[in-house]
Design a protein around this ligand. Structure first.
Ligand code: URA
Length: 246
């Protein structure tokens, strides 16, 4: 059996963004940190990284934030950018302020344009992130598209052909599934993630995307009750759903 890993309390809490190691020692001395209700007075002590630790460890009576290995689904609203450092509103600004000091940091799993809404995953688990975005993982993304002009009728065949070349590129796109909903609305499902891919695909056919919303990643749907701007910690089943059907 593998032994449970242990970690120094001050390091664990500093990496969750609760302050410097010195500040955490101050919290411990003040009696603010408890494990299963018992005071932990020395932040230099090691504690076992049990899977349920976040529920049992409290600071000022509140359970600590989720431990590293965190995976989130966020309903990205329009007008926020998937970046750590660009000007203007950022997706990270939709998360608790303390989470911006986490180490390892949270990163978006791929990106959505500033003017695209919908399901965006974030994780601090680099290996998981790469497993999702790796081409061989074949994780499909579905977008709901609103178009400026009516569909001509031949778009589905062109997208499915695997021959469509985007401007400035030297490799055709992999086949994309288009499902028409009405004259100016459709869903497209793709496995690649090229820059502005959906907008450029329609631009290549002389149309223009006026609204874009991602509602599915792999087999994971954006929950109906997750409002724009809100996020949720993913369960193991949610993570498994991302890879379902790939
Ligand atoms: N394709 C786009 O054009 N934009 C996105 O945000 C995602 C896919």
């Amino acid at each position: 059996m593998r032994a449970t890993k242990s970690v120094r309390l001050d390091k664990l809490l500093a990496n969750l963004g609760y302050g410097s190691r010195r500040e955490i020692q101050g919290l411990a001395r003040a009696g603010a940190i408890r494990l299963d209700g018992a005071e932990l007075a020395d932040a230099g002590d090691r504690i076992a990284l049990d899977p349920d630790l976040a529920a049992r460890l409290t600071i000022d009576g509140a359970p600590v934030d989720p431990l590293p290995g965190l995976c989130l689904m966020l309903h990205k609203p329009l007008g926020v950018t998937c970046s750590h450092k660009e000007a203007g509103p950022l997706v990270y600004g939709l998360l608790p302020e303390r989470w911006r000091r986490r180490d390892p940091p949270l990163s978006t799993v791929g990106r959505l344009d500033k003017e695209t809404s919908g399901l965006l995953l974030l994780t601090d688990d680099g290996a998981l992130l790469h497993r999702i975005i790796a081409p061989k993982a074949n994780v499909a993304k579905r977008y709901r598209v609103t178009l400026d002009r009516p569909l001509a009728g031949d778009e589905a065949a062109t997208f499915a052909s695997g021959t469509l070349m985007l401007e400035g590129e030297d490799r055709p796109l992999l086949p994309v599934l288009l499902e028409a909903e009405d004259a100016t609305h459709c869903a497209v499902t793709l496995t690649e993630g090229r820059y502005h891919q959906v907008r450029r695909m329609f631009a290549a056919l002389g149309n223009h995307v006026t609204a874009l919303h991602r509602d599915r990643v792999g087999g994971l749907d954006l929950p109906q009750d997750l409002a724009a701007g809100a996020y949720r910690v993913m369960t193991e089943a949610d993570v498994a759903a991302v890879f379902a059907g790939a």
